[in-house]
Write a protein that binds this ligand. Structure first.
Ligand code: AMP
Length: 281
């Protein structure tokens, strides 16, 4: 496994590989790897000759300084894990490498960034688009792998690919969960023992709510149910629960069985923000 820190070197290695006709798969991450990340790496390995994983905590996508400061980092452990998965190349740039000059680009994703994460994390998706576009241009992969855990991010990235005419296939990968249902996340390591015990309620509630929705409950009453149940646990606080059209991310107030829907949730456990989602129909 090669560990690369500079774009120039990365491009040179990949150019040589591409000249030999190999396919390149890419998994962008912020490190502190867990089974969720590794599921993407395994899927990537299955259908590409070369698997490139990037590890970079991108300051541009953090709207909260403390969140950026406390974000878990352990690239040595990450590299060991990736090496045992037989990953081919790990790209670990620093801030100077990714942002040699200030990146003042403004992306416009329309409605997609005016709901949920876009509302509660101002500028987040602009920061995501900055780094993902830079990484895509550095790696030029055939396929790139993203988790459905970040449902809205996945939709934004698909749009970014269309907007910029990238010749990259975006592969969506299912959410990997703990046995108790909690969606795996690097931020889970920051939870106290008590918060960790409380957090599985998040998935439990959205699962129950989605079962109710397929019968006859209204979206309004389900939203109330989710808010009350989450907030009844004193360690958790609901930020939002929204049911949206899966493809457009447009929030709905009524359930239609004809349109695929996804329910998305963001919850605070102390200062730690956790997100999850579930497909409804
Ligand atoms: P991150 O390091 O949080 O930026 O995540 C890197 C990639 O891993 C993103 O595409 C995430 O959606 C994906 N990912 C994170 N957690 C999970 C999970 N529990 N299951 C599946 N994919 C995940």
């Amino acid at each position: 496994m090669q560990i690369v820190h500079h774009i120039k070197e990365l491009k040179a290695i990949l150019l040589q590989q591409k000249e030999n006709g190999v396919s390149i798969g890419f998994v962008p991450t912020m490190g502190a790897l867990h089974e969720g990340h590794l599921s993407l790496v395994r899927k990537c390995k299955q259908s590409n000759d070369i698997t490139v994983v990037s590890i970079y905590v991108n300051p541009a996508q953090f709207n909260n300084k403390n969140d950026l400061k406390s974000y878990p980092r352990d690239s040595e452990r990450d590299c060991k894990l990736l090496s045992s998965e037989k990953c081919n190349i790990v790209f670990i740039p620093d801030d100077k490498e990714m942002y040699p000059v200030p990146d003042t680009r403004e992306f416009n994703f329309g409605l997609m960034e005016q709901v949920m994460e876009g509302v509660h994390r101002t500028g987040h998706f602009n920061g995501v688009a900055k780094i993902v576009s830079k990484l895509f241009e550095a790696v030029e992969p055939d396929k790139a792998y993203f988790g459905q855990k970040d449902f809205q991010q996945l939709a934004i990235i698909r749009k970014l690919v269309k907007m910029n005419h990238y010749d990259i296939e975006i592969v969506a990968c299912p959410i990997v969960r703990e046995k108790n249902g909690l969606a795996m996340s690097s931020r889970n390591t920051l939870l106290t023992k008590e918060q960790r015990n409380a957090a599985p309620l998040i998935f439990k509630v959205i699962k129950e709510a989605s079962n109710n929705l397929t019968s006859h409950h209204s979206v309004k009453s389900v939203k109330e149910y989710v808010r009350n149940t989450i907030n009844s646990n004193k360690l958790l606080k609901l930020e939002y629960y929204e049911i949206v059209e899966r493809n457009t991310l447009k929030p709905v107030s009524e359930i239609s069985l004809k349109i695929p829907l996804t329910a998305c949730i963001a919850v605070y456990a102390g200062n730690i923000r956790l997100i999850d989602n579930i497909d409804i129909n």
